[in-house]
Ligand binder design. Structure first.
Ligand code: DX5
Ligand code: ZN
Length: 237
């Protein structure tokens, strides 16, 4: 397990240490898996704060990606924290195994058929960070009874399953509502947003109160990932 402090981070830019409130979690979903090590090296030097790993089972979502072996290999390969986004049916069956494989943050879907409070507690009992995730059509208030058990809440801004989709703006009001409620309760909750984040949408979600941004297509379509990430960072400071 690697140290993950999601709340406030430091980033070196032009040799100066700057406080960064926003963290970036690149998704390797659209990477070339024969060159995954190179992609991770590139993301690390581009300034990624963690790696977002999209695990899909073909049942909860209409796509299949990867599972334990990829998480295990990446855990051995990199010191970047692993932010694992489970898009699988009844995820409570696999929490311990993903923790053992090297997840530092483990998120699952509210809609996936697991007992929500118990599964969040199961993740915390493994000594890693818990994340509760909701799909675009799920109202934000379903997460409110569980906020105290969440280190992070993930608001999906696309239907889970595929990278490269367009951002759904209804995510913004959900982020605002959850941030307001967390502030009212004095919780230092991380709010992550996943799907369609680009140069236009990144500032919108951070203004709404999100502080962890998943970046897929916006980085993997760039000629220079480092420059692209720096651009996004500058827009969200
Ligand atoms: C979708 C995944 C996302 C996605 C992000 O199911 O959870 O992590 O790959 O990719 P972009 O940023 O391209 O929407
Ligand atoms: Zn994801």
């Amino acid at each position: 397990m690697k140290a993950v402090d999601l709340s406030v981070g430091f980033h070196y830019n032009n040799r100066e240490r700057m406080i960064c409130l926003i963290k970036f979690s690149p998704s390797i979903l659209t990477a070339d898996f024969t060159k995954i090590g190179e992609a991770v090296d590139c993301l690390r030097s581009a300034g990624a704060d963690m790696l977002h790993l999209d695990v899909m089972d073909g049942i909860f979502v209409p796509n299949i990606s990867f599972g334990f072996p990829v998480v295990e290999s990446l855990n051995k390969y990199t010191d970047l924290p692993l932010d694992v986004h489970l898009m699988i049916d009844r995820p409570h069956r696999y929490i311990e195994r993903f923790a053992k494989a090297g997840a530092d943050i483990l998120g699952f879907h509210y809609e996936a058929g697991s007992p929500v409070g118990e599964t969040l507690q199961q993740i915390k009992d493994c000594g890693i960070k818990s994340c509760l995730t909701i799909k675009p059509k799920t109202p934000a208030d379903v997460v409110l009874p569980f906020l105290e058990l969440c280190d992070m809440v993930l608001i999906m801004s696309v239907e889970p399953g595929f990278g490269g989709q367009a951002f759904m703006p209804n995510a913004l009001d959900k982020i605002k509502l959850i941030r307001k409620e967390a502030d009212n309760r004095g919780l230092t909750l991380d709010i992550q947003v996943d799907g369609g984040i680009d140069l236009n949408t990144a500032p919108l979600v951070t203004q709404a109160g999100a502080n962890v941004l998943v970046l897929g297509n916006v980085l993997f379509s760039a000629e220079n990932m480092e420059e692209r990430l720096a651009e996004i960072r500058a827009l969200t400071m």
